[in-house]
Ligand binder design. Structure first.
Ligand code: ATP
Length: 280
């Protein structure tokens, strides 16, 4: 069905520190979500401080929205449920009402819980238009109604965290349910350097590896692009070794891969280019 995973906080395996850059976003999420989930008693007095029930992360693909959602659940000590918006609108003709209710009653029993809805834009009604299948429409309406039921439970520590690459496609129905919206953008050179440091922390690099130079050479790369670039680069010493072995040389020391050098990354750029050509 449409739940892709349910993970308890100590099994998620991603913390804020594992995410390079996005310092402001992490701070905001900590204040808005993690703190109220960890310390609900601090938010139960007066009228000014209310736990937030819906947050939207928006920005280009591969910038770390899913990673942020997981890390946030770890930091908040919350169970993590992940759902993909498009799976609700695809060929999903089961008993909509029953399954949606089951999902949401399951979720509320798991509180504190963060329900991550990726591709939340696919939940809106308008785009389906006249061609939309009746069952899909029904499913979506059920989902929205159950979502509202969940939001109205004042004392429960439940957060819906939506993510989208297409903020302009969101309609009022979704916007209304996600009152706090946070932009997750492409990293600048300094932030690319921080991401690369994390991605390459355990790799065998040449001495004095020039992180600055690589960061400057990867304008337009998202965190995900940088990861793919690192993977492609890490293959180069492996391929060289295999070539050497084929030529009958290098035997004996065959298990020794040379360290990665900056040029591996520069060469790998030909294979992995930035996937986003806009910054929206
Ligand atoms: P999409 O919108 O395509 O779903 P996303 O914004 O959810 O993308 P993620 O799935 O979180 O992006 O990122 C993909 C992968 O890229 C991550 O698993 C991680 O390895 C790497 N990555 C992205 N951003 C960062 C970052 N800021 N720090 C470290 N790794 C990152």
């Amino acid at each position: 069905n449409f739940i892709s995973s349910v993970v308890p906080p100590d099994e998620i395996g991603v913390k804020f520190d594992d995410i390079g850059a996005l310092e402001d976003v992490k701070r905001t999420l900590d204040e808005l979500v993690a703190l109220p989930m960890r310390r609900p008693e601090l938010f139960s007095h007066g009228n000014l401080l209310r736990p937030c029930k819906g947050v939207l992360l928006f920005g280009p693909p591969g910038t770390g929205k899913t990673l942020l959602a997981k890390a946030l659940a770890t930091e908040a000590g919350a169970n993590f449920i992940s759902i993909t918006g498009s799976s609700l609108t695809s060929k999903w003709f089961g008993d909509a009402e029953k399954l949606t209710k089951a999902l949401f009653s399951f979720a509320s029993r798991l509180a504190p819980v963060i329900i991550f809805v990726d591709e939340v834009d696919s939940l809106l009604g308008a785009r389906g238009g006249a061609l939309e299948h009746e069952a899909t429409r029904k499913m979506r309406n059920e989902f929205m109604a159950a979502w509202d039921g969940l939001r109205s439970k004042e004392n429960q520590r439940i957060l819906i965290l939506g993510a989208t690459n297409r903020p302009f496609d969101l309609d009022d129905a979704v916007i209304r349910r996600l009152p706090r919206r946070i932009y997750v953008g492409l990293p600048d050179a300094e932030n690319r350097r921080k991401i690369l440091k994390i991605l390459l922390a355990k790799e065998n690099l040449e001495a004095d590896f020039k992180f600055d130079e690589l960061a400057n050479a990867t304008e337009g790369y998202s965190g995900s692009d940088l990861k793919n670039l690192c993977i492609a680069s890490a293959y180069r010493p492996v391929q060289e070794l295999i070539e050497e072995e084929k030529k009958g040389r290098g035997s004996g020391s065959s298990s020794h891969l040379r360290p990665l050098v900056l040029d591996d990354f520069i060469q790998a750029k030909a294979k992995v280019s930035p996937s986003v050509s806009y910054n929206a």
